[in-house]
Design a binder for this molecule. Structure first.
Ligand code: AMP
Length: 428
């Protein structure tokens, strides 16, 4: 099978690494990829927003299958366009990608199907939103309806903050993504990410993970794309796992089928495990980054075979095998990330890292200098990922590997996985 992977981050490096191990693979391309992904795939400088160019590339290079990493091309309908050209792809259609592309769409779907989530209202007028906020009180959460690169959520601890967020969003602070705002109840509990594979008919829970969104130790500093993750998530006990499937995932998939827009791909549910049980915070219609790095090092099954089965609606026949190990991923970021990351620093020690069956360094943003040096090329640069018989062992392998890597301004969190209680083994 010839496979084209779209994307360029640490998530895509982990996907490329796993796909490259498949006996079904003839050749793997990645567009645009990065210098680390180039170890697993032939990287091509295609503009993935240009669907016609992607289709042309697939035809010329006899691509059998396209794997879409990030959400933007999914929301723009790349899977529909590829299907029209007769090319199979992993990911939801444009209509099904609304589960991430419109928070209002998802909240209405939850309400209509009794799916537990925060109480909410949708607004296009600032005054009405503010009146609702004042009637509910703080803390309260204000969200831009559309895709805002992970920045469209304000968890407001005061009324002033919430009202300022409404003004910012509804006056164009997030462009078209913020033309509508969702104001919702503040939920308390522990968060977990739950990944489920779907082929439109069947759902196969994949694994659980927890990530660390804030830039600095102790959950301090600004929100980031994610500074680390670990899998499985101890908070997802068997009972919570079953409730999440029965109360959240299955009703969503039934509703999508009933709407004539069956969901195919990976459904990533951000959950809050509250005192009343799991509630949906949000859906993403693609793999998480860096959760994917932590999850794929535990996956024993062939990922290319799984993707193929999903595109052929054969997920029901498949059994997925996992290692019993735990895993962790520690993200190494550049000085200034997330606001203004410094790029172009020489990374020392990377070529000396001994990667093995239980340690992998996934590249999120690297390039090669003229004399072969590894250089930083973005905010999140590397994801040092390891497995071990328990989380502590996995974490100590990660941090031992991190100690051998250095560049000027490199920073990372030293408390990845610390929030996990190391109690009884959870599901997934
Ligand atoms: P989202 O982009 O929707 O995942 O939101 C980003 C983060 O905001 C989540 O990971 C939560 O930590 C927080 N958040 C979102 N919605 C809520 C809510 N209703 N209650 C409390 N925290 C929330």
């Amino acid at each position: 099978m010839n496979i084209l992977l779209l994307g360029s981050g640490g998530r895509e490096h982990a996907l490329a690494w796993k796909i490259a191990a498949s006996p079904l693979l003839t050749k793997l391309w990645c567009a645009p990829g990065n210098a680390g992904i180039a170890r697993e795939a032939v990287c091509v400088p295609l503009d993935i927003a240009n669907h016609a160019a992607v289709i042309e590339f697939c035809k010329v290079n006899r691509i059998d299958f396209v794997v879409v990493g990030p959400e933007a091309p999914l929301a723009a309908g790349i899977v529909d366009d590829l299907a029209q050209a007769g090319i199979k792809a992993f990911g939801p259609s444009k209509a099904a990608a609304q589960l991430e592309g419109s928070k209002g769409f998802t909240k209405d779907l939850c309400k209509a199907n009794n799916i537990p989530t925060a109480a909410y209202r949708r607004f296009t007028e600032a005054e009405a939103a503010k009146a609702y906020i004042r009637s509910k009180g703080a803390p309260i959460v204000v969200k831009a309806d559309g895709l805002a690169a992970g920045k469209g959520v304000v968890v407001a601890m005061t009324l002033d903050e919430a009202e300022a967020a409404v003004d910012m969003m509804l006056s164009g602070g997030f462009g078209a993504a913020g033309a509508e705002a969702v104001v919702e109840e503040f939920l308390t509990g522990e968060e977990a990410s739950f990944f489920v594979l779907c082929d439109g008919e069947h759902a196969l829970p994949l694994a659980t993970a927890q990530d660390h969104k804030r830039a600095f130790d102790g959950d301090k500093g600004p929100n980031t794309g994610g500074m680390g993750a670990y899998s499985p998530a101890p908070v997802m006990t068997d009972a919570i796992w079953t409730r999440a499937m029965n109360e959240i995932i299955q009703p969503t998939l039934r509703a999508m089928r009933a709407n004539g827009t069956p969901y195919k791909g990976v459904l990533f549910a951000g959950l809050m495990i509250t005192a009343e049980g799991p509630k949906l915070i949000e859906y993403n219609v693609r793999f998480g980054d860096p959760e994917t790095q932590a999850i794929l090092v535990r996956l024993k099954s062939d990922l290319a075979e799984i993707f193929q089965a999903i595109s052929e609606t054969r997920l029901g026949e498949l059994e997925i095998n996992w290692s019993n190990d735990s895993s962790a991923c520690v993200v190494l970021a550049a000085r200034g990330y997330p606001a203004r990351p410094e790029i172009g620093s020489v990374i020392d020690g990377l070529s000396l890292v001994q990667e093995s069956e239980d340690i992998a360094v996934f590249h999120a943003a690297t390039s090669r200098g003229p004399n072969g040096d590894w250089l930083t090329a973005g905010g999140r640069v590397l994801g040092v990922t390891a497995t071990g018989e328990n989380l502590e062992v996995a974490l100590s392998k990660c941090y031992r590997t991190v100690a051998g890597i250095h560049w000027s301004g490199m920073h990372y969190r030293r408390d990845i996985g610390r929030t996990a209680d190391h109690g009884p083994a959870p599901a997934g």
